[in-house]
Design a protein around this ligand. Sequence first.
Ligand code: IPD
Ligand code: CA
Ligand code: CA
Length: 260
Amino acid sequence: MVEKIEEIVREASRLMLTDHFRVDSKGGSENLVTSSDYAVQEYLCSKLSELVPGSSFLCEEEGMQDYGDHEYVWIIDPIDGTMNYTRGIRECAISVALKKDGELFAAVVYSPAAGEMFTAEKGKGARYNGNTIHISDRKFRDALFCTAWSTYRKEWAPVCMDIINDVYYRINDIRRFGVASLELCYLACGRCELYFEYRLQPWDIAAGSLILQEAGGILRTLHGKPLTYKCPELVIGANSEENFAELSSTIDRYIEETAY
Ligand code: IPD
Ligand code: CA
Ligand code: CA
């Protein structure tokens, strides 16, 4: 199944390889959509519904947001990192997850500019360009922390900044790549150790989550609770239980103070 999804995603990525795309705003100059996002989504939906007839779709762009419970549900971000894409910055990815009976079952995250293909199937491990990957064993003090500060809802930025300010002095450094799905894959293959975003949509995280968990990592919401992948959620990731506990206790404390 994963190989077939991979093939469809590679084909879809050709639609991103153009300089002639239209850029529209989805309410705010930070939240963009391009004609490539629509083209990739349309292609994926048509090919993936042929692959799994009767499956339903939860996709970022309009008209494809079915949150109901079905046996097979695709969760798709046609271009994660759209702002990067519009500026010619390489960090952007196609993110496709398949849920089966309510559980994440298969995942593909593909960064066409870098030629990086991350995949996972439930219980079968995670792969990078075909090779098995695993999280790093770095401790909190040596961790690289991928995060962001609530780009689309800037009223939530101060609490993100407070958390980052608290964590920064206890770790190695911070990265803000602007592409959540890929950052979770970076965590999965040991390029970074910690992850936090205040609110992410199911399509930002579903595929990256399975890849990370199959690589031995952790992705949960506040107070260590499981993510639902059905609504916007606060997201915390780490390479180990120890590092997760350290990061999430800091986040829980700030969030409680601001009455999340
Ligand atoms: C965004 C990216 C970004 C994250 C935003 C997401 P988009 O997705 O994943 O890293 O900080 O919260 O919405 O809009 O480029 O698909
Ligand atoms: Ca996204
Ligand atoms: Ca997107």
